[in-house]
Design a binder for this molecule. Sequence first.
Ligand SMILES: [Mg+2]
Length: 194
Amino acid sequence: MLIGIDLDDTLADTMPSFLLFCNERRNTVYTKAGLERLDYADLMGCAIEQAFLGFQEFCMSSYAKTIKPYSGAVEAIERLRDQHQIIIITARSAGALAKLTQDWVKNYFADLPLNVHFVNNYSQGIFRARKSEFCIKLGVDLMIDDSLEHAIDCSQAGIDVVLFDQPWNRFGAPEGISRVQSWDEIGKVVSSKN
Ligand SMILES: [Mg+2]
């Protein structure tokens, strides 16, 4: 299978660092456990156009230097690569963040060359492309993501989806989408689909 993996909050434990960035800027007290939906505009207290520029600023800041892969992700991907082709598909914008993102992946997945594809769907706040369109173009069989929006989009397009459990995706996930709690579990769920 060709497996697409989302970056932020699926492969990378981004949210704690991002919330620190938001809370210190705005004097707010958001916690990861308290997020019932993923709304960057709300977290950053601005319009969606500014929120995605703010996310870029976060990615380029010292706050983002603390982002690590989820526990077990490196080992799970090592095992999956014996039988599958793995790519990263992120909604991040390629322009300002391409090198920084690729360097992060190279740093933590040094022995596993993983191509990173940038969907650019939030560039300048405009929804330019869906992850499903990207997945179809690339021939992705299975997408692993934490975003309910992307999971529903891909599932409706006929792509198999594994939803990486997060507080913001627990409400409204349609049936037929497998939910996993950890990277160990992802390995098992993907193996069961062979
Ligand atoms: Mg994500």
